[in-house]
Design a protein around this ligand. Structure first.
Ligand SMILES: [Zn+2]
Length: 174
């Protein structure tokens, strides 16, 4: 913010100086033309190019850097939130996690890729089904119920429940 303000101040100062000198030059021009040209170049054009041009460039650069930093912070925030969500739920669809964390599909994908790249993703991702699984679910391997052989679902962190007989069990968390 300080750098953006500094750039704007520099641009305004440059513009003011060159405008004042230009007006003075028009109001009372020096007797010789060469003097007028010299003053115009060094006192009107130079502050305009150096101060105003430099100031605008500086402010724009600072603005872009700030935007980039904000984007990175938002991405880091989403990664941490997604990590906590997957760990808490055991498994969650990408759609549900997007709704819960109020993020776009692009943001969700970027957060997942960010976690995977940093080796922080706790389980695995089924891209076809758009499902995210935590380490609990990933290490579960056999989802069949030991009682009736039905398919068990992960219903919470480390908790599995059979959809047929309701048998509930725990998975060892690492
Ligand atoms: Zn069962």
């Amino acid at each position: 913010m300080f750098r953006i303000a500094l750039g704007i101040v520099l641009a305004v100062v440059g513009l003011s100086v060159s405008t004042i000198i230009l007006l003075a030059l028009i109001a009372s021009p020096p007797p010789e033309l060469s003097t007028t040209i010299l003053i115009a170049i060094f006192c009107v054009l130079a502050p305009l190019v150096i101060c105003t041009g430099g100031g605008v460039w500086f402010a724009l650069r600072a603005y872009r850097a700030r935007e980039q930093a904000q984007k990175m912070a938002r991405q880091r925030e989403l990664e941490n939130a997604l990590l906590a969500l997957v760990n808490a739920r055991g498994k969650i669809s990408l759609g549900h996690s997007m709704a819960e964390l109020k993020m776009s599909y692009e943001e969700g994908k970027a957060a997942i890729y960010g976690l995977v790249r940093a080796k922080r993703f706790p389980g695995y991702i089924d891209w076809d089904a758009q499902m995210l699984y935590s380490a609990d679910a990933a290490s579960l391997g056999d989802l069949n119920c030991p009682d009736c052989g039905g398919m068990r679902q992960i219903v919470g962190k480390g908790i599995v429940k059979c959809g047929h007989c309701g048998n509930q069990g725990f998975i060892a968390t690492t």
